[in-house]
Design a protein around this ligand. Structure first.
Ligand SMILES: [Zn+2]
Length: 78
């Protein structure tokens, strides 16, 4: 499996087996983020959704969540 250097923690580790989500963000996470940081984000995401009352089924809310994810994980998304 390919090695990646995680954009959040800076460790060089094996890439997650599959992109954890679809689309360009899933691709970015897959190539830039380690499994540990991804699970940290998943915990954070639950708190953010509750805190802001976001509805991930709603495109505007989902976009806001993606932006927060991008910031949290230090992602480069084209
Ligand atoms: Zn990491």
């Amino acid at each position: 499996m390919a090695q990646i250097t995680c954009a959040r923690c800076g460790r060089t580790v094996e890439q997650m087996q599959d992109p954890p989500m679809r689309g360009k963000y899933g691709e970015a996470v897959h190539t830039q983020v380690c499994a540990d940081c991804w699970s940290e984000w998943k915990g954070q995401q639950v708190m953010i959704i509750n805190h802001y009352g976001l509805l991930p089924a709603n495109p505007a809310d989902r976009e806001q969540l993606y932006l927060l994810m991008k910031e949290f994980l230090n992602l480069q998304v084209a």
